[in-house]
Write a protein that binds this ligand. Structure first.
Ligand code: DP6
Length: 354
């Protein structure tokens, strides 16, 4: 059916998705053009940290209009970002211009955790918009077409959101070594990895729940004039090929080494940008050192990674859950703010909601 042929009745309905956050192993840091990455990034898709978004749509009186609630209340800051995003989306889905959207969104993780997940939020929203597009235009029946469009639209909201669309693991960014890879959208790589990674666990250790002093957007911006930017992008490309090989063969030793060097390079970039800044806190460093000591003394292949903040993600195989959780509770929790940590794991990706 063409858009013009869609009756007013077909312009009414409800869609809902729950979409998880993801944790980058190879970091996206630096962008150009319209949300295009400077280097490919690779992530594990999480389960417990998710955003559920519901949209009830109906014909609008004029152009696109919307109302928005986050966890049952108005949230002016999120609403403004959603408004800017939706205006851009009318170029992608012209039918939106004829709709009013009532958007209700909530996160599964506590407000107080300080985890602001633009990845889960924008992937859930993009999936809802694709469902509306498909309900009206019947244009996205094929799963790959649907997911690629959702990933591309999610990317336009927040780069890392492009990777949340797939089960287990995703890669975003053009790479000569990964067939089908693109700067426009992420692709699934879960089918290419050893099964140990499909049940990997991620303990998110909340070191500081406060707002970040420098946002990710500002950090990406600083890469444009960064003295080491090109070398960083080369390193990320190299690490991407190496980690894909390590994940394909189940080489945990290599995986641990690459994941940690990526986290440290990300923060090293922040520490030598102009102006420089530092997001790690003393407890982040304490936890990093304790993780390294635990690995050395037990030979359990735990490793850490860090996003653009002070919180530490402790990654480990599901088979090692019992001793690692004792270590977390007895040794690491005292360094977490209010003892807070989130027991997350690799999952199946976004789920459509009834
Ligand atoms: C450090 O996706 O938050 O988490 O595209 O500006 O929304 P925008 O940036 P964002 O950057 C994430 C950076 C990172 C690394 C990563 O997830 O790859």
């Amino acid at each position: 059916m063409t858009e013009a042929a869609a009756s007013d009745q077909s312009l009414e309905g409800r869609v809902a998705w729950a979409s998880p956050s993801n944790i980058a192993l190879i970091k996206y840091w630096g962008k150009h053009g319209v949300q295009l990455p400077r280097n490919p990034s690779v992530s594990l898709t999480l389960s417990q940290c998710a955003t559920t978004t519901e949209i009830i749509y109906k014909p609008s009186a004029g152009d696109l209009s919307f109302d928005f609630e986050f966890e049952g209340r108005p949230h002016p800051a999120f609403e403004a970002r959603v408004g800017t995003y939706l205006s851009a989306m009318t170029a992608e889905i012209p039918m939106l211009d004829r709709l009013h959207l009532s958007i209700r969104s909530s996160n599964s993780f506590p407000h107080s955790s300080g985890i602001a997940s633009s990845a889960s939020a924008f992937s859930a929203l993009a999936l809802c918009l694709c469902s509306i597009d498909h309900a009206i235009n019947h244009n996205l029946s094929e799963d790959q077409t649907y997911r690629r469009k959702a990933s591309r639209l999610a990317r336009l909201g927040s780069g890392s959101a492009a990777r949340s669309i797939y089960a287990h693991a995703a890669l975003w960014g053009k790479s000569g070594t990964i067939e089908g890879s693109s700067d426009d959208y992420a692709v699934a790589v879960g089918q290419d990895i050893d099964k140990v990674f499909t049940t990997y666990r991620d303990a998110i250790l909340i070191v500081d729940q406060g707002a970040k002093s420098t946002s990710s957007s500002a950090g990406h911006q600083l890469m444009n004039e960064h003295p080491y930017a090109n070398e960083r992008y080369n390193q990320a490309r190299l690490h991407m090929s190496q980690i894909m090989e390590a994940m394909r063969t189940g080489d945990l030793k290599r995986f641990v080494e690459l994941v940690e060097i990526e986290a440290m390079q990300l923060h090293a970039m922040m520490m030598c940008s102009r102006p420089y800044y530092l997001l790690l806190s003393p407890n982040s460093i304490k936890i990093i050192n304790l993780i390294r000591e635990f690995r050395k003394s037990t030979q359990i292949p735990v490793c850490f990674t860090i996003d653009a903040g002070p919180n530490i993600h402790l990654l480990y195989p599901a088979d090692d859950q019992a001793p690692v959780q004792v270590f977390i509770k007895d040794v690491l929790v005292p360094y977490c703010q209010a003892g807070m940590w989130i027991d997350d794991f690799v999952g199946l990706g976004p789920q459509q909601q009834e």
